[in-house]
Design a protein around this ligand. Sequence first.
Ligand code: PMP
Length: 395
Amino acid sequence: METWSMSKMISPMVQQIPPSGIRKFFSLAEGNKDIISLGVGEPDFVTPEHVRAACVRALEQGKTSYTSNAGLIELREEIANYLYNGFQVKYEPSNEVLVTVGGSEAIDLALRALISPEDEIIVPVPSYIAYAPIAQLNGGKVIEVETFAEDHFKLTAEALKAVITPHSKVLILNYPNNPTGAIMTYEEWLPVAKVVEENNIIVISDEIYAELTYDAKHVSFASLPGMRDRTLLISGFSKAFAMTGWRIGYACGHPELIAAMLKIHQYTVMCAPIIGQVAAIESLRNGLEEKDRMIEAYAQRRRMFVKGLREIGLPCHEPLGAFYAFPSIAHTGLTSDAFAQKLLFDASVATVPGHVFGLGGEGFIRCSYASSVSRLNEALERMDRCLRAAGMSGK
Ligand code: PMP
């Protein structure tokens, strides 16, 4: 009889997906208190006081139950209003909006609801690291479309067209982009939308950084002519409202797709946490000014940090959205992994090596500037000293 081993029990599908490259890198930094982390994609702001107070009140009133599976109707109504006022996309709260456990659950549900084995899932890269593993877990084949710093990491219709096959089914868009900070304008979207329409593609548009744009307004893919019904818009409260730990996100789209996702959501998580939903309602009703103040702070940090990177000799394309800078480290001759390790061990600055974000990420590092100006300045000084000591200053 074969000997028993747990590793043989784990599904091969799960075994084949790599652990998160970001988390793996951070275990190296654990325990070192002196480290300045530009690694995690998380606001340094605490959720505003009035939001926390609204939750304390709700708890005191005994609000500790499940909610309806799709989320509190008041929250779905507030989300629909917010998207309409901010991004000119209109959704019916009763059947086109689903409240999820972070944008993360919405991505998972969408891919589970859409993918059949052999379907091709197109992902412009560098991109957020969760899409490919979840698509693969569902038997999908991930097709990466490389984007380039010279093009400000924008997706072009030509590059998209070049990877379309009869198996192409889903296109996952993430603008403003993590990790590059790239955005797309209305004029740049139109030819992409044409390719989507001509090839009957479904779009999952992860717009979790929609509010975080600088010098240009975000254009929701769902707001483009003819795109609303073939686009699932995903967003959430983690980034713009500084609410990562509350775990509230949402998906909006065609009622049949939302119903399919709701079916999975009912069996797997039942509903998003009620307290997070109460917090999200408070944020949308009374937290818009505070959100704008946080965005203004990111705008200021972005200007000083990107300028600082260039001054220490790290070329950096202008990130127009999210809260990441994605400087090139190509001139050092090191891989992004070796360079990020060097910064971690020699300068006590944690960044993320670009290769974890897919094709086109090698030669870059991701630095989050959701940190105080003084910490960002200190990080720049440390990086400068480290580069000069290694004779790698590109100045
Ligand atoms: N999409 C993108 C592009 C992200 O960067 C993140 C968080 N890093 C998420 C989705 C998930 O966020 P959450 O689950 O906290 O809403």
